[in-house]
Design a protein around this ligand. Sequence first.
Ligand code: ADP
Ligand code: ZN
Length: 288
Amino acid sequence: MKLGAIEAGGTKFICAVGNDQGEILEKVVIPTEAPSITMPKVYQFFKDKGIERMGIGSFGPIDLNKEGGSYGTIQKTPKIDWIDFPLAGEITKQLEIPVVVDTDVNVAALSESRWGNATDVNTCLYITVGTGIGAGAVVNGATVKGLSHPEMGHIGVRRHQADSYEGKCPYHKDCLEGMAAGPAIEARWGKKGIELADDPKVWDLEAYYLAQGLVNFIYILSPERIIMGGGVMQQEQLFGKVRKYVIEMLNGYVSSPRLNANNIDEYIVPPGLTTEAGIKGALGLVMN
Ligand code: ADP
Ligand code: ZN
């Protein structure tokens, strides 16, 4: 059986034909422009490929409520051409197949749980720290959704006493994303993250905020593993600092051997999949 998959990102749409063993058979990359330019190329690629269903991991926010009549419609994104675009609805109409949509981070979590660094556990959380902060979770093989999808990047954090940066989130200013995503680092310190690699106080403060996020996610979701990806996590020094703060902030309250100082290196980890995580996860949405 042939299946379709799309990793719909802010800069590119990766489109693939795969099978229900999770193999990618054919793939194409289409730049993300306005829907009127990008989407006809997407339909053209999939037309006549004989695919039976389509899985999409999409940038968001995107409506995941199956009952409201706007399932798979993009919501208020900074990419204004895409606001209110019915991504799933249009694909169903054009290709006459059922479509399953989820967020890019949920799909990354799914990919890690099937093929990456969380294959040995039933619950995992994937967090990306890049232009924004987003997280997705998998519980027993399914991604966590509800009203729509979680927005874990926008939780409140306790400000560090030595930090006077106001925060960059257009909605909340000093939420986790507003304090710790790549653009916040750049705005606070006046240089891009990559140029600050040798300044330990930058990464110490960064880890302080990220760890607060993780501690909250641990309290709420109790994941058996946390995978941290995204451009900012290319600073490998962050892993050690985040692990240390998480243990300190939990202060022994959650009892699990996974959270011991000896095991924390296997609890908070980088992704196991790199290039194909998004597209394989999208395929995973429509595999049996
Ligand atoms: P996106 O979130 O847009 O998909 P990325 O995950 O690559 O893209 O995140 C981009 C952000 O990550 C930018 O703010 C950039 O400055 C930051 N970034 C990328 N590489 C590094 C690095 N090696 N060290 C620190 N920050 C980085
Ligand atoms: Zn916010």
